[in-house]
Design a protein around this ligand. Structure first.
Ligand SMILES: [Zn+2]
Ligand SMILES: [Zn+2]
Length: 282
């Protein structure tokens, strides 16, 4: 079993890189990819530990992009070779835009009588501070009972203190990942939210035309019928299938590393082997 989608506390997961590697060993994973949002810090810290443990660790990243007026997540794999100067600059810009957004959210929350300070929220994150850290600070200070409530009332898309992030266009992000020697993969396609499967297929084929190389077929949020449909798209559009649990530790407690939600995942090592064989130069 492998897991090609996981988060450490360098972004919005709750386990440190050390703890995540220990968990991967406990789960007897044959390979693990760390795909933190906007940062390689978790992967960088985990690499020596994984090597010592004999765990096959894959370098990954997850970024938010814009496609057809929606926020769409793109995964990039194998960027550890030598991410281009442009790519690193881009990551710095992403981090800067996150900081700007966090400041704006604090202003909005304060105006609603929620007296949290940015420094308090930042203390809960490592390098990347995001909405889950806001939610935790709000629970700790008694403004909300649960982090779910914080998202529902204040932080979620469209909620009272929500601030949209400036995002890169999806085709530009795909190009940047490829220029950096990485393999761009569309994350959890179910979240495109297209109930009409004809439109869903049209969108994914449009993204494939922009240079996408893989599709996240296996994911905790995918029902068996979704997996089957995405498998079909990969064959039709010549995309490599990938998959992972999207593990976030206690921030998403119903998802287990490797096993997904209610053990709906069991991704074979062959999926990673195929990805490596298909893009030897990436
Ligand atoms: Zn995502
Ligand atoms: Zn993710």
């Amino acid at each position: 079993m492998i897991d090609l989608h996981s988060h450490t506390n360098a972004s919005d997961g709750t386990l440190s890189p050390t703890q995540l590697i220990a968990l991967a060993q406990q789960q007897k994973l044959e390979a693990l990819a760390i795909t933190d949002h906007d940062t390689f810090e978790g992967y960088d810290d985990a690499l020596p530990l994984a090597q010592a443990a004999g765990l096959d660790l894959v370098c990954g990243i997850e970024v938010s992009t814009r496609f057809r007026a929606k926020s769409v997540h793109l995964l990039g794999y194998f960027l550890n070779g030598n991410p281009s100067e442009d790519f690193r600059t881009w990551l710095l810009l992403l981090q800067e835009s996150r900081r700007e957004r966090n400041k704006e959210m604090v202003v909005k929350l304060n105006a609603m009588g929620i007296g949290i300070k940015l420094a308090e929220v930042e203390m809960l994150g490592r390098s990347i501070t995001g909405r889950p850290h806001f939610a935790r600070a709000m629970v700790q200070q008694g403004y909300c009972k649960t982090t779910e409530e914080a998202f529902k009332t204040y932080l979620g898309e469209g909620a009272r203190a929500y601030v949209e992030r400036r995002e890169i266009m999806l085709p530009d992000a795909i190009a940047l990942v490829r220029e950096s020697g990485g393999v761009p993969v569309l994350a959890h396609p179910i979240r495109l939210g297209k109930e009409d499967r004809t439109i869903e297929e049209k969108w994914i084929s449009e993204i494939a035309d922009a240079g996408l190389l893989g599709l996240e077929v296996f994911h905790s949020d995918h029902a068996p019928a979704d997996v089957e449909r995405y498998q079909r798209y990969t064959r039709k559009l010549q995309l490599a299938p990938t998959g992972g649990s999207d593990y976030h530790g206690d921030n998403k407690p119903d998802i287990q590393l490797g096993e997904g939600r209610k053990k709906n995942l069991n991704i074979p090592f062959a999926v990673l082997q195929n990805l490596r064989d298909s893009f030897p130069n990436q």
